[in-house]
Write a protein that binds this ligand. Structure first.
Ligand code: MEV
Length: 311
């Protein structure tokens, strides 16, 4: 009898600190529980002496050989010698839009391998191993994306301190606006590097992002919407100076603010992807309706973040 099992991982959005986190600043990110990648996994029996097959398809298409190699690497990291699996995946995560599609794939693959081959793995190890796999997608990731996806909690993360959960108070309303533009994360990390590395200003810029993350944590913990709005708007200006915004993202930002959003910023590496807007809790529906009208066919995804006591 062939048993099929299912493993999933969520998407994420970064509230503050993308790029700066690469240089050691803290960053704050939240999981998007409803947007998920799901892997259906069937264990293949070994045929004679042949190496068992590892087959992966996503959305009905076979994946690249590099991705199969990444899955083999995942198996090696979990000490599984010759995985024989048929894996097929579906995803509601917008690909390459700054929402952590590659981190979700790495986390789900590790969950699948660990689940099928009976390996116990903590969320912390899951995040660490998934980050090693992420290197196959974009160079030297900070670990922020795989940590928020593996823990599925709002986290404050830094390279030095790792992840700690943020105890969110109250309900928060956001909207994600997909620009439709796409740019690879590693390309954007290179693109903004001179701004972050500029000798006279580098430390001050990184410290400014670090302070914004501290204020974001305090605002989330005390339910201070305007505090978080200030953080997002300041981060947006800095990311624009760094060169991560595009003319279209600026246009979408203006439309969101004109529709009544409290703040917006790009989320993820930028150069396109999604814009994250913070909405006033009491009138979020009206703001979304006005914004939807502005955006026409462009996708608008409402997101609610519930405080810990509300879950
Ligand atoms: C991408 O989601 C976040 C970046 O800060 C890259 C990283 O943290 O590795 C741009």
């Amino acid at each position: 009898m062939v048993i099929e099992r299912h493993y999933t991982a969520c998407a994420k959005t970064i509230l503050v600190g993308e790029h700066a986190v690469v240089y050691g600043a803290q960053a704050v990110a939240m999981p998007l529980h409803e947007m998920r990648l799901e892997l259906s996994v069937r264990q293949e029996s070994q045929q004679g002496n042949q190496r068992p097959l590892l087959q992966i398809e996503l959305g009905g298409q076979p994946v690249s050989p590099q991705l199969v190699e990444a899955a083999r690497e995942a198996a090696r990291l979990l000490d599984i010698p010759n995985p024989g699996l048929k894996i097929s995946g579906t995803s509601s995560i917008l690909i390459g839009a700054g929402l952590g599609s590659s981190a979700a794939l790495c986390v789900a693959l590790l969950r699948a391998l660990a689940g099928v081959y009976g390996r116990e793995i903590s969320d912390q190890d899951l995040a660490r191993l998934a980050n090693r796999l992420e290197q196959a997608f974009h160079g030297t990731p900070s670990g922020l994306d795989t940590n928020v996806v593996a823990h599925e909690r709002v986290i404050c993360f830094s390279r030095q301190e790792g992840a700690r959960e943020v105890a969110v108070s109250g309900n928060w309303q956001f909207a994600l606006i997909d620009s439709g533009e796409r740019c690879a994360t590693n390309v954007m990390v290179e693109h903004v590097a001179p701004w972050f590395r500029q000798a006279e200003t580098s430390q001050r810029r990184i410290a400014r992002f670090d302070d914004l993350a501290t204020i974001a944590v305090r605002s989330l913990e005390s339910g201070d919407q305007h505090g978080l709005a200030g953080v997002m708007n300041d981060a947006s200006k800095l990311l624009s100076e760094a060169g991560a915004m595009t003319p279209l993202l600026h246009e979408l930002r203006d439309a969101a603010i004109a529709s009544g959003a409290l703040a917006t910023k790009l989320t993820g590496a930028g150069g396109g992807g999604c814009l994250l807007a913070l909405l006033p809790e009491e009138s979020a529906k009206d703001v979304c309706a006005r914004l939807d009208h502005h955006l026409g066919a462009r996708p608008l995804i409402p997101v609610t973040l519930k405080g810990i006591s509300q879950i």
